[in-house]
Design a protein around this ligand. Sequence first.
Ligand SMILES: C[S@@+](CC[C@H](N)C(=O)[O-])C[C@H]1O[C@@H](n2cnc3c(N)ncnc32)[C@H](O)[C@@H]1O
Length: 277
Amino acid sequence: MRLIQHKREAYWFYRFLSLGYDRWVNPLFWTERMRASVLAVARLDDRGLRTLDVGAGTGFTTEGVVEHVDAPRVTMLDQSPHQLARSHRRPALHACRRIEGDAEQLPFPDGSFDRYVSAGSIEYWPDPARAIAEAHRVLCPGGVAMVAGPLPPRNAIARRLADTWMLFPTETQYRDWFAAAGFGDVEVVHVAPEWHRGGREEYALAIAGVKGEQAQTVQGPAEQAERLDAPLSPADRARFVARFVAGSAAGAAFVPIGAALAARERLARRRVTSRRS
Ligand SMILES: C[S@@+](CC[C@H](N)C(=O)[O-])C[C@H]1O[C@@H](n2cnc3c(N)ncnc32)[C@H](O)[C@@H]1O
C-alpha cells in the first residue's frame, strides 16, 4: 500500500507535519544519541568536506553534521519548502546552503560532494534505488554516502500501519541498493530510541558505503522518475486525496504510541532513580 511513498503525498504530509515536527514528533522517534551513531559511519572526518544532506527537513541531522563540518561546506536539500523554512530557526545552520529539490534527481553535476548523508527520508522515496544511484553520481571518487532509515517493525499491528504509511525496507534491500549503485566497503549500524523495547534490528539502521576511486557513474533506471509537479487528472486527484488521508492517518497513529512508550520509559527511569536515592 505505502500511501505516502509518493512525492506529492509526502509534500502535503510535510506541509502539515512541519508545523509540529521539531516540537512533538521528531524528538520521540529520532534522538541525538541515534543521530550521533548514524553520523559516526558517515566518516565526517574533516571540517572542509563538501557535504550534502538529502531530505534535510528542519535540519535536526544537519545540526549534527555541522558539529564535524564547517556550515558553509554543507548543502541541505529537501522537496518541502515548509520543512526547509523551519531550519532557519537553528542558528548553527545559518551559513548552510539550502536547495529545494528531489532526492531522485539531484540538481548537481557528477562528483560535486565528498559526503552524502540522508536521515529519515528514504521511506518517502518512490524509487530508492534511483536515489541511491544519484548519491553515487554526485559523490567524488573516495566519497562516502550514509543513508539512515526505518526497518520493518516486528509487531503485526505496527507492521500493518507501517506498510500503509510508507516504505520500511529490510536490511537486505538497503544492502542491495548500495551494492547496485556501486558502493563498496559497506558498514551498517542499528539504532533505536531509549523507549523502544524490541531489538534495534527492528527499528532503524544507517548504511554507509564508499565510492571507489575508479568507479563509473552509475546509470539510474531508464523510466522517468515520479514528479512532484506532474499534472493530475480528476481520477489522479481523487486517488491522491484518498492516499493522503488514509496514509496520514496510519502515520499519525505512531505518534500516540511513541509518546505512551516514551512516557512509560521515563517513568520507569524516574522510579529507579528515586529508589536509589
Ligand atoms: C522525517 S523527515 C527527516 C528530516 C531530517 N533529515 C531530520 O533528521 O530531521 C523526512 C524529510 O524528507 C523529505 N523528503 C521526502 N521525500 C523527498 C524527496 N523525494 N526528495 C527530497 N526530500 C524528500 C521530506 O520533505 C522531509 O523533510
